[in-house]
Design a binder for this molecule. Structure first.
Ligand code: ZN
Length: 234
């Protein structure tokens, strides 16, 4: 069966060459979504190795976040930007899944993420999810769950559809999302150390609002992880 599958895969890739969703080059049948060169070249933050990293500092005085880590730096005009763009707007949910699997392997090796008991994706508003066909943060959560061997759960829901955040300053962004989330299955997170996951961290307003909701549950600890971290010049 394995051989048959390989023959079919190779045949299909001659007809429809698979491409890397980061650099656009053709990829081999054993590579999934992102080529090995890109996996090596994409700018990793290594935040999982330092407790007091610049991402964690962003939450100081705003939300009690245990550990914060991001897989890559969000590089304007670069390969990570391509990946995120394809993930959010290019109907490529497999990018989230693949990056989650790769990052889950990394997080498993970090002493800061050993206690995680459940992975919680930042929700999209149901209308937005319907339009996109999937929630990219759920894809990322599923991938991490697989390689970290920790369950994921949709504990939060988004009740308010906010306007686009891109042009807004940090305070404005927070006001915009402060009341947008609701805990729907508290028992899944109560008394646990949860890992809240999202695609890109820019100001941290969305993660902060979600963390506040989770921290209202008794004895819940919150850590956060994102695919990319956008650097600030504030
Ligand atoms: Zn590539």
């Amino acid at each position: 069966m394995k051989i048959l599958k390989k023959i079919l895969d190779d045949g299909l890739s001659l007809l429809y060459p698979k491409i890397c969703l980061s650099c656009g080059n053709n990829i081999r049948s054993y590579e999934e979504a992102i080529c090995l060169t890109c996996q090596y070249k994409l700018p990793k933050t290594n935040f999982h190795l330092e407790k007091e990293n610049t991402m964690a500092e962003l939450f100081w005085g705003r939300a009690n976040i245990r550990h914060a880590a991001s897989f890559y730096y969000f590089d304007k005009g670069g390969l990570v930007r391509n990946l995120i763009h394809n993930l959010k707007y290019g109907n490529k949910p497999e990018i989230g899944l693949r990056l989650g699997q790769l990052y889950g392997k990394t997080l498993r090796t970090s002493s800061f993420f050993q206690e995680i008991e459940v992975i919680i994706p930042v929700p999209l508003h149901p209308k937005k999810q319907k339009m996109r066909g999937y929630n990219q943060s759920i894809q990322f959560a599923k991938g991490i769950s697989k390689t970290m061997q920790v369950p994921w759960s949709e504990v939060l829901s988004r009740t308010v559809m906010t306007e686009t955040q891109t042009q807004k300053a940090r305070i404005e962004r927070f006001k915009n999302v402060e009341h947008a989330f609701k805990v729907i299955t508290p028992d899944m997170a109560k008394g646990k150390h949860v890992l809240l996951v999202d695609d890109v961290l820019t100001t941290g307003a969305t993660l902060e609002a979600c963390a506040h909701k989770l921290l209202e549950l008794s004895n819940t600890k919150v850590s956060v992880a994102t695919i990319a971290y956008a650097q600030h010049n504030t």
